[in-house]
Design a protein. Sequence first.
Length: 282
Amino acid sequence: MTMTNDSLVLRVAGRPVGRYLTRSELPARLSPRPYLHPVTTLSGTAVTELSPADHLHHLGVGVAVPDVEGYNFWGGRTYVQGQGPTELDNHGSQRHTAFQLRDPDGFVEELRWVASGIELLRERRTVAATELTDTAWALDFTFSLTNITGEPVSIGSPATNGRPGAAYGGFFWRARKEAEPPRVFTAESEGEPEVHGTRADWLALAGGDWTLVFAGATDTTRRDPWFVRADEYPGVGSSLAHDERVPIEPGETLVRRVVTVVADGRLDRGEAAALIRKAVSR
């Protein structure tokens, strides 16, 4: 891994597959935070977008939460019950503190989640890139959020605040937008309406000549339903607060781990299942 100007380049078998920016110069309303972009397949096809016109606060691959004790760490407007999406001066930022480890294929990072001058959470983020085949690699992404305040800190979403179907918040991947929406499928289901908001061992997003396959890699992560968009824009996340707010007690830590296969070509169900099994079992 090489580091220049607060960015790291992830490599798989010597090939660059992702750039990680630790200190992003972004307006406060976008909830500045570290992110991976561009992320590419092994052949070099980009599978992320950064600040696209439809959602300027979508920043490649990272962790984004729209409601941490009322503060917005997602970016953009805040959903207010009875009002709808509302511009509020409530944005937080994730601030890179240090790298505990840096290797060509991954890193361990410490971050501070700060809003209104208050540090609410401390995060340890572990990211690793692994070769699977000549045409596929896996991104292993773990985040651990520790409440360092003296009071409970709760995580919510627009869904828990009254907007049905909008339980986004947590790990989030803004994928590449193309002329046609990507295919969305799991082992049992097909299409955005059938997959969104459900629990599945894995979820695939297949574009023109690329496929992403996502899986929760721990029992706790697998219990989080999937947030998926395909028609409006291509994006996949794992929902921390789907039905109700999630409290983190003082000194307690919330941990989630998502593994994503990044493959060239359009995978079918069997190929997607085989690759994600290989990736998660490593």
